[in-house]
Design a protein around this ligand. Structure first.
Ligand SMILES: Cc1cc2nc3c(=O)[nH]c(=O)nc-3n(C[C@H](O)[C@H](O)[C@H](O)COP(=O)(O)O)c2cc1C
Length: 201
């Protein structure tokens, strides 16, 4: 029996239901999602990130705060996240405010990462031009050498970003696919509560 998304009372129940299923269906990056932002001229940008934690407060991913996405997301503190499951015929779209997570949580996550990823986070001036692949590799090696036998610190420019939902849309394809009358349920936050409504597909 297929699930009726209108039965979910909160967006997080929908997320948990579909994401947990996705983990068993898809081996590679089930947590991949698009994060969108706009630049100073209002031009949109979107890129893939990996969602690391989700709570009722929001969706967390890790990145370079000085990257293009970092600059754009923090310029207006607004962001958008889109997650798609091909296997389940579901998309979850999240619009909301953006904040940096508590630095202690970023420290904890950074410490859990592979040493090579820790080095990359330190040397990568994400989204800036780099002269060549050789320069990039040299910068990696010289950092690696400098920190030989020592813990690698989390750079201040790298950490968690949370998108705090104000509006979440769950889209689910119907079994009677031919009509294209798929289900779209919106959860939007106003007057201190989440309201649920249905949209035309
Ligand atoms: C599967 C996949 C996962 C990725 N995960 C991340 C991530 O978690 N954080 C991140 O900063 N970039 C991640 N990237 C790279 C981004 O898509 C992007 O190239 C990079 O963050 C620079 O984006 P920006 O210039 O818009 O800031 C990932 C790319 C792919 C394809």
């Amino acid at each position: 029996m297929s699930i009726d998304i209108e039965d979910f009372n909160h967006w997080i129940d929908a997320w948990t239901f579909f994401f947990n299923k996705e983990k068993s269906l898809v081996e590679l990056d089930p947590n991949a999602a698009l994060v969108s932002s706009v630049d100073k001229e209002g031009k949109p940008n979107a890129r893939v990130i990996l969602v690391k934690t989700v709570s009722e407060e929001g969706f967390v991913f890790y990145t370079n705060y000085e990257s293009q996405k970092g600059e754009e997301l923090f310029a207006n503190s607004k962001g958008h996240l889109t997650w798609y499951s091909r296997a389940q015929g579901v998309s979850i779209r999240v619009q909301g405010k953006v904040k940096k997570i508590d630095p202690k949580l970023s420290d904890e996550y950074f410490a859990s990462r592979d040493r090579n990823a820790q080095i990359s986070a330190n040397i990568s001036k994400q989204s800036k031009n780099v002269e060549s692949r050789e320069i990039l590799d040299q910068e990696f090696q010289s950092f690696e050498k400098k920190f030989e036998g020592r813990d690698i610190p989390r750079p201040a420019h790298w950490g968690g970003v949370m998108i705090m939902p104000e509006k979440v849309e769950i889209w689910k394809s119907r079994d009677d696919y031919k009509t294209r009358l798929h289900d779209r349920i919106i959860f939007s936050y106003s007057e201190n509560k989440w309201n649920k409504s249905r949209l035309y597909p």
